[in-house]
Design a protein around this ligand. Structure first.
Ligand code: ZN
Length: 447
């Protein structure tokens, strides 16, 4: 490039730098403009900033070239070490380069170095990466850099004001929603969202992680409802399901949030396939978890006082039956969507696993076996006379007694009906679902 162009690019990047210093900016883009028209190619409207396309090539080549020449390729040269004299120049070149092409890990690493040496303001860094993601919502380097900045700032801020963690979390969830919105099947965005929830869990002393997970589940139920072919968001839904705090006393609050009566839903699920239960007095709303367990597992809890286990098992059954009945409506309404059927596999697997867990058995190499318990688990189990002796009886009785309990029978009948109905609609996934149950879960003999 000649001197004229160099001078022009310097002018452009300084102007961009001025705009970037203005907060809050939320969107960056490159707008297709071919002629130079004698005015600035840096556009700034409200919270959006853009570059006209004609200047992009010049700006990128100039900035990237300078960065490589002066700051990146000669590690022993004085300039390549960041100092208070050089960091402003580096940032002046780095910002436009990364905005235009954010998929260069070396450049992000330079930013990491500047951040570690405390040259950068983390709030500004979060804004910058948001701009990058607004144009390239799948940019994993930008997500990864956000995580780095947050980890850094958490280490550096030992005395944190009350809403510090929750504000960070809100921002991350917002960025994830924005990037998932812009780009379907955005695995990196959902992965970052998972990280954000792990972050909430890590700092649960400072945020209400139970409520956050309840809210996230509600969010993802609604989101997946609008993105039925996007498996990456279903994968996140499965993650949220496993993170739900089943033992928290605010479970009724969670039901209100979902606008669902989970117990009633289980009741309907059973009554449809076992009409005798409709008239049975024992199956009313006021019944205890033990009564549900007694019916579904054909297990009389006399002398058994494992209330936590009953409670947890009941909540699991409730939430997974809720998932299953929701999925019924979806496979019926949005036909032939593989993601919905894959999610169904997950739900059925979880229901079966809940049953196996309840009886302390597991599937090993395609066969049911007594679960191997650690000495601690064994001790806890034997604290209850009934559960302790049941565990040792499992070997005597046939292991597949789990296949004879009402929950299992109802579940299989339910799956058969759904598969048969979907088959009528020529949904080829229905047959695959049946094969999955028969082959992967070894249910062929019980189907
Ligand atoms: Zn017990």
């Amino acid at each position: 490039m000649d001197d004229f162009h160099n001078g022009l690019v310097e002018k452009i990047i300084k102007e961009l730098d001025n705009v970037l210093a203005k907060t809050p900016l939320t969107e960056f883009d490159i707008v297709p403009v071919e002629s130079t028209k004698n005015k600035t190619p840096v556009l700034h409207v409200n919270s959006s900033v853009a570059l006209e396309s004609w200047c992009v090539k010049h700006v990128y080549n100039y900035c990237y070239g300078d960065l490589i020449e002066d700051f990146l390729t000669h590690p022993k040269r004085r300039l390549s070490r960041v100092s208070s004299l050089t960091y402003k120049r580096i940032m002046l070149l780095l910002n436009p380069t990364l905005l235009i092409n954010p998929d260069v890990t070396t450049l992000w690493n330079k930013r990491r170095e500047l951040m570690s040496k405390r040259f950068l303001d983390w709030v500004a860094e979060m804004q910058f990466t948001r701009l990058v993601l607004s144009r390239k919502p799948k940019c994993n380097d930008a997500f990864s850099y956000r995580r780095f900045v947050i980890d850094h700032v958490m280490r550096e801020t030992s005395e944190r004001p009350p809403h510090f963690v929750s504000t960070i979390l809100e921002d991350e969830l917002e960025v994830c929603t924005m990037t998932a919105d812009k780009c379907p099947n955005n695995y990196h965005s959902w992965d970052h969202r998972r990280w954000a929830l792990e972050f909430a869990w890590k700092y649960r002393a400072e945020v209400d992680s139970t409520l956050i997970f309840y809210n996230e589940y509600k969010f993802i139920v609604s989101w997946t409802g609008h993105h039925v072919s996007d498996y990456s968001c279903f994968h996140y839904r499965q993650y949220c399901l496993k993170k739900l705090n089943l033992l928290d006393e605010r479970w009724p609050v969670f039901e209100k949030m979902l606008e669902a009566d989970l117990r009633e839903n289980v009741q309907k699920f059973i009554e449809t396939r076992d009409p005798a239960q409709k008239t049975s007095k024992s199956f009313k709303k006021t019944i205890e978890d033990e009564d549900i367990i007694a019916y579904l597992f054909d297990y009389v809890p006399n002398e058994c006082s494992c209330y936590t286990k009953f409670y947890e098992t009941c909540r699991k059954i409730e939430i997974y039956i809720y998932e299953l009945t929701q999925n019924n409506d979806f496979v019926k309404y949005y036909k032939y969507h593989e993601a919905l059927w894959y999610h169904r596999r997950f739900i059925v697997t979880e229901i079966l696993t809940t049953m196996y867990d309840f009886f302390e058995i597991e599937r090993v190499n395609g066969k049911l076996a007594r679960k191997k318990l650690s000495p601690d688990q064994m001790e806890a189990l034997q604290k209850c006379k009934k559960c302790g002796s049941r565990y040792s009886e499992v070997t005597k009785k046939e292991l597949d007694w789990v296949y004879h309990c009402p929950l299992f029978k109802i579940l299989i009948q339910h799956e058969k009906e759904v598969v048969a109905e979907r088959r009528k609609d020529m949904d080829k996934h229905a047959g695959r679902h049946e094969n999955y149950l028969k082959c992967v879960h070894g249910l062929a003999a019980h189907y």
